[in-house]
Design a protein around this ligand. Structure first.
Ligand SMILES: C[S@@+](CC[C@H](N)C(=O)[O-])C[C@H]1O[C@@H](n2cnc3c(N)ncnc32)[C@H](O)[C@@H]1O
Length: 397
């Protein structure tokens, strides 16, 4: 057994190089005058691709993350299964119950359970319901009507956890989705699932941009009811197994590991990350630096009820979390977005987090939201702060 998880990033690196060439062509097409006006030149995607192998090795260093060899074993112990279909547009489902025996499903459960805790989901895998701590699909349903279509877009998901929303972005037709998350456990969880989904990749999926990433033969439209009619329906039926990779990946990186100025992505998501950042303003500027001119930021974060300039800076813990820095009111965050140079920032959704959306399950048996709230007053956290309320903001760059 090797002491580092075998995550094959080759298709991603090749795809980034191809995109880098396109980016360079687009820049050359710009007038020289416009190019000279820039004070900072963006790093090209090809330059980033060249730096990534070292950054990946640091992010998946077993000296730093002692559990990695054990997680590698989980990947190695996954049963050999072939999915007859996948659906990333109405949920995340890989395979069907009939694609495996009860014994294989049990082996799958055992292997995946070794990667506990499963926080983001839910996932359906070969008839196995991975009922995660969060109903991440509810967040997706809340924001999807308000964002620019992702079809054929290059998308970055900052702080993507185990990549639940990355699959949904791909399900919306994104050309290439890159998630980043510094937690290697979540990266390994993602690749445990991708292992089974990869058979739906086309050999050219990492190379063809912008609109040919998924070939028509492997995309079958599926009637899913009114709420999903707009989706390009990455609902696929098995055609053949190929030795290549779907254009969805997660890198073991924090946002601070990205080049200072990429200006490469059509849409950048930052969901559940802002309040973990010690400098909220720097986070917004870092997100902006990842976006192409005209690209869209989708920002989801904890908020408080309040007027402009009100912000909660919890001195101790917030809902038992240690690393919570800024929880602004929506008008405050809108003003921060304007200050950072985003155009037409708008609040598109506000929602109190319920104990139906975040709770302990067999796949996440640690404490969860019911334990973080005041036992006698569910409008307060156990520390006496306002209970979690989350909002979605959209803005252009
Ligand atoms: C609350 S979770 C949100 C996950 C997912 N985006 C969602 O909305 O469900 C926050 C995630 O941010 C990640 N994170 C923490 N620090 C980060 C950083 N500096 N850069 C990127 N991600 C970070 C954590 O590992 C964690 O997976």
């Amino acid at each position: 057994m090797s002491d580092q998880p075998v995550i094959d990033y080759q298709d991603l690196l090749t795809g980034l190089n191809t995109l880098g060439e396109q980016q360079a062509q687009a820049l050359r097409a710009h007038s020289k005058r416009a190019a000279n006006k820039r004070s900072v030149k963006p790093a090209s995607l090809s330059q980033w691709a060249a730096q990534l192998p070292d950054a990946i090795a640091r992010g998946l260093n077993p000296q730093r993350w002692g559990d990695l060899p054990q997680w590698q074993q989980c990947l190695d112990s996954l049963p050999s299964l072939t999915a007859s279909s996948c659906d990333f547009s109405t949920g995340v489902r890989i395979g069907e119950a009939n694609d495996c025996s009860d014994a294989q499903r049990e082996q799958l459960r055992t292997s995946l359970m070794a990667l506990h805790p499963w926080r983001k989901g839910p996932y359906q895998l070969f008839g196995l319901d991975v009922d995660t701590e969060w109903r991440s699909d509810w967040k997706w349903d809340r924001l999807l009507p308000h964002i620019a279509p992702l079809k054929d877009k290059l998308v970055l998901d900052v702080g993507c956890g185990n990549g639940y929303h990355c699959w949904r972005m791909y399900g919306e037709g994104a050309q290439r989705v890159i998630g980043i998350d510094p937690s290697p456990r979540f990266v390994v969880q993602f690749y445990a699932l991708k292992h089974f989904a990869n058979q739906f990749a086309t050999p050219t999926s990492a190379l063809q941009f912008p609109s040919k990433a998924a070939s028509p033969e492997t995309l079958a439209l599926k009637k899913t009811g009114p709420s999903t009619q707009q989706a390009p329906a990455r609902t696929t039926t098995a055609q053949h197994a190929v030795d290549t990779s779907l254009p969805v990946d997660i890198l073991p990186l924090g946002i601070e590991d990205l080049p200072a100025t990429l200006e490469a992505f059509d849409t950048v998501f930052s969901m559940g990350v802002l309040y973990h950042r010690r400098s909220a303003m720097d986070h917004l500027l870092e997100l902006k630096a990842c976006l192409k001119p005209g690209g869209q930021l989708v920002l989801e974060t904890l908020v408080i009820d309040g007027s402009k300039d009100e912000v909660l800076v919890p001195e101790g813990r917030y809902a038992k979390m240690r690393n919570v820095w800024f929880i602004p009111s929506p008008p405050t965050l809108l003003s921060w977005l304007r200050k950072c140079g985003f155009k037409t920032p708008r609040l598109v959704d506000v929602c109190d987090t319920s104990t139906a959306e975040q709770r302990s399950t067999p796949w996440m048996h640690f404490e969860s939201l019911p334990d973080f709230l005041d036992a006698n007053d569910s409008s307060r956290t156990c520390e006496g702060h306002p209970a979690p309320r989350r909002a979605v903001f959209v803005a252009e760059c």
